[in-house]
Design a binder for this molecule. Structure first.
Ligand code: ASP
Length: 326
């Protein structure tokens, strides 16, 4: 195949005006077409909801549509592998999180990507406190009773999650290790479908990100024992913290962020990062994210550099916690 340079030379030697030389795709005009945002879990779950809220605004800023592609399986690692191998031209991105870009490292010894080596961090989107939730008719009334019940019925109870390495899996592994119990895990393709099963009373309990839980708790379709953060959340003022409810050792909060394949041009990353941070400053976006209980990061914590630091520290934090579980 002729290189662009030799093709240009050939053009000079012929009739220049008839010859169009394809220049390398310029990052300058980016984006010139639809962007795909891979969501590594089922539609309707927390990653999907956060992605849709933020990308709708980013699309306005960028002047191009952003389509969400839900790619499920293996606790989010199937989608993340696909994103790592996608063209690094800014047209395929992924909303990753504490699971795909940290907890899966110790849980999958043969993980086909490395969160730091195979991705360019783009922007931190939203922090999502974890809640201990149960089906509405699960016998324990409060967290103390829950702890006693799960210990006494360790063989019988089950916990729903979104696959090994997902946030719901990793954060319940942490809870189970504190309680020293090993419930039966029931995997789903995301906590959207897992929540449906909890509402239907088909599974016993779940550790889930707040954005998925607020509508159900407010509708009274599930039980919330506690929120695993130091403070209560304004969207759920009646739900006690784990410390208030008697289990201060259990602290868990997830994060959600945009990543691009390694080698995506810096100017593209800068464009995307600016659009994401602008979205997080938009009043309607903020209102929606806050109503769902998520925590909007301060501007300094949204940057690619801050996200790179977060990913490194989260891998270091989760590796010793999750290694013994494998
Ligand atoms: N965030 C995932 C979802 O959107 C689930 C998980 O990581 O637990 O379903």
């Amino acid at each position: 195949m002729m290189s662009v340079r030799s093709l240009a030379g050939a053009c000079l030697a012929t009739v220049a005006s008839l010859c169009v030389v394809a220049a390398p795709v310029s990052a300058q005009n980016y984006p010139t077409r639809t962007i795909t945002m891979i969501v590594p879990f089922a539609a309707g779950g927390p990653t999907d909801v956060i992605s849709r809220i933020v990308t709708a605004n980013m699309a306005q800023t960028l002047g191009q549509s952003i389509v969400i592609e839900n790619v499920v399986g293996a606790g989010g690692t199937t989608a993340t592998t696909r994103a790592a191998r996608a063209a690094n031209d800014g047209y395929t991105l992924i909303t990753g999180h504490m699971g795909t870009h940290a907890a899966s490292v110790p849980l999958y010894p043969k993980l086909a990507y490395h969160p730091e080596k195979d991705f360019e961090p783009v922007a931190l989107l939203a922090g999502t406190p974890i809640l201990i939730l149960a089906r509405k008719d699960f016998p324990p009334k409060d967290l103390k009773e829950f702890v006693a019940y799960v210990k006494a019925n360790a063989e019988k109870v089950n916990a729903a999650h979104a696959g090994v390495g997902s946030v719901s899996h990793a954060s319940c592994e942490l809870l189970n290790s504190i309680l020293d119990v090993k419930p039966v895990g029931v995997p789903f393709n995301g906590t959207g479908p897992a929540m449906n099963a909890l509402v239907a009373g088909q599974v016993d309990y779940m550790c889930d990100q707040i954005v998925n839980a607020v509508p159900q708790i407010n509708a009274g379709t599930i039980k919330a024992y506690a929120i695993a953060t130091p403070e209560r959340n304004p969207s759920l003022p009646d739900v006690p913290t784990t410390a208030e409810a008697g289990l201060p050792a259990y602290q868990a909060q997830a994060w959600n962020a945009i990543f691009a394949p390694k080698g995506t041009p810096p100017s593209v990353i800068a464009t995307l990062s600016a659009a994401a941070t602008k979205a997080l400053d938009d009043e309607a976006v903020r209102k929606r994210l806050l109503e769902l209980g998520s925590v909007i990061p301060a501007p300094a914590n949204r940057t690619p550099e801050a996200l790179a630091t977060l990913v490194r520290s989260e891998i270091a934090k989760w590796t010793p916690v999750l290694k013994p579980a494998t």
